[in-house]
Design a protein around this ligand. Structure first.
Ligand SMILES: C[S@@+](CC[C@H](N)C(=O)[O-])C[C@H]1O[C@@H](n2cnc3c(N)ncnc32)[C@H](O)[C@@H]1O
Length: 222
């Protein structure tokens, strides 16, 4: 079993790792050999959207996934999450790994087709609206709401990422995205099946919610 990073953050400001975070870690652990084979010793660009505490990015860095030569980008809209991610990386002795934390609305700060491995545990809880992005760091309640609330069917943010997947991923790129049952992931799979190979990697009941992680790969590489 791969070690889970030690995390100590102010959970009034960033999302506290929960069942969804741990399901994503377990999925990535299951995929370790697959990813190592896919990227071998290639310089892989790993991009986590919404790192929150940094637990997932740090897990990847700690375990040198997908390859020894990977570099890591952690993009969050919440400025506190950027500090927390750097802090978690340091606490877990990842000081020598290349990690860039950037305040970014989803993938807006990445160049097209440069991401080899995209990871996302999104805000997926259905809600009527998603709050506006705060103008100040101090609006911590809103930053926390943004970690959870996913608009209609909980899919507003995830759908934006799926719509941009083709321009985000490199030719050999892979994405792992977490869904809850209310996001209706089976419909996502059907609607994207003509261009994407989509595999259910893990699913688990978490309280009254069923969570799942899917892997997305282009059918025809660019
Ligand atoms: C459910 S939390 C996941 C945190 C962490 N990855 C984990 O698994 O514990 C979702 C994260 O997405 C971030 N987020 C929400 N909307 C975003 C956006 N438009 N762009 C970038 N990050 C966003 C939140 O700030 C939060 O850190």
């Amino acid at each position: 079993m791969l070690p889970t990073p030690y995390v100590k953050c102010d959970y009034d400001k960033v999302y506290e790792p929960a069942e969804d975070s741990f399901l994503l870690l377990d999925s990535l652990e299951n995929e370790q050999i697959y990813l190592a084979n896919r990227f071998q010793n290639k310089l892989a660009v790993v991009c986590e959207l919404g790192p929150g505490s940094g637990i997932v990015s740090t897990f990847m860095m700690q375990n040198k996934m997908p390859s020894q030569n990977s570099i890591y980008l952690a993009l969050d809209i919440n400025p506190w999450a950027l500090d927390a991610t750097q802090d978690t990386a340091k606490r877990n002795d990842c000081n020598k790994v290349y990690l860039e934390t950037i305040q970014s609305d989803l993938t807006s700060s990445t160049r097209h087709n440069q991401v080899d491995l995209l990871l996302f545990n999104p805000p997926y809880v259905p809600a009527e609206t998603i709050p506006e992005i705060p103008e100040t760091r101090d609006d911590i309640d809103t930053w926390l709401d943004l970690a959870l609330v996913g608009g209609k069917d909980g899919m507003k943010i995830t759908q934006l990422v799926l719509d941009q997947l083709d321009t985000t991923l490199s030719s050999e790129g892979v994405a792992y995205i977490l869904f809850c049952a209310r996001n209706r992931p089976e419909e996502v799979v059907k609607s994207m099946a003509s261009h994407w190979d989509i595999t259910l990697v893990e699913h688990r009941k978490a309280g009254w919610e069923v969570l799942s992680v899917y892997r997305f790969i282009r059918k025809t590489p660019h």
